[in-house]
Design a protein around this ligand. Sequence first.
Ligand SMILES: C[S@@+](CC[C@H](N)C(=O)[O-])C[C@H]1O[C@@H](n2cnc3c(N)ncnc32)[C@H](O)[C@@H]1O
Length: 256
Amino acid sequence: MSLVVSRDFVLAYTQARRPTLVPEFTVRTAADVVALWEAIQREHDTAGQAGCRQAAQVSNPPFWAAAWPGGQALARYVLDHPESVAFRTVLDLGSGSGLVALAAARAGASSVMASDVDPYCPAAIAVNAAANDVTGIQVVGNVLDGDDVPDIEVILAGDVCYDRAMTERVLPFLHAAARRGCDVLLGDPDRAYLPRTGLEFVAAYDVPEVDAPTSRRTTVWRVRAARPMSSARPAGLNPDRSPTGGTPCAAPCSPS
Ligand SMILES: C[S@@+](CC[C@H](N)C(=O)[O-])C[C@H]1O[C@@H](n2cnc3c(N)ncnc32)[C@H](O)[C@@H]1O
């Protein structure tokens, strides 16, 4: 028995909001993440009692109920540079709300696959796609442990270096894809686990915070074929990455 999440659950605990950097879209976000997480835990308890082994595991925080800065920057880049995905097969890795997948579809990708391990993502992505009149996104689970990702020409990975374990898992996959000739773009707000090597600057944006007057400097990197020596670095030290010659910062957009 697997956990099936209804679209009504997503609608009940989230609100439609325009990501500050990507106001073309609305995505369902949680104003009260604690209430949402508690509701998820209740669903898991109920499903676990009904014999769902997947639900018996401790659930992840509802990452899908936010538009993370890395994903916003990637989505902005793809919309402003449709040639990066147009007529190409695209994988949105760590899709969360599906914002990056929506942008790829809108920019003319020939197909879009959204991968996320969170069982709430298929429902969240379906709701967000419908709200934005986007069709055809194929939602899949984990693809990191397979030998290959078939027929993918572009991988977009928004904010996937959010902790050490995920970073150490995802980076070898991304570098291997780059070695196979895949164009791999990573959106990241200078998180501590982002490696200091193996990345090429593409563009940078200031992503306004939702509830604060500040913004997060967020960069779109191209993942090189060569694998970095280490995935960990002290925050703020990026000696080999000079953000020159890239796209200038986008003007901040206001939330609706
Ligand atoms: C910080 S969120 C970013 C979501 C989205 N890309 C964005 O920028 O708004 C990271 C996402 O990676 C997902 N994730 C974790 N492990 C994964 C895996 N092995 N394969 C695919 N997604 C994974 C999490 O469930 C989460 O939704």
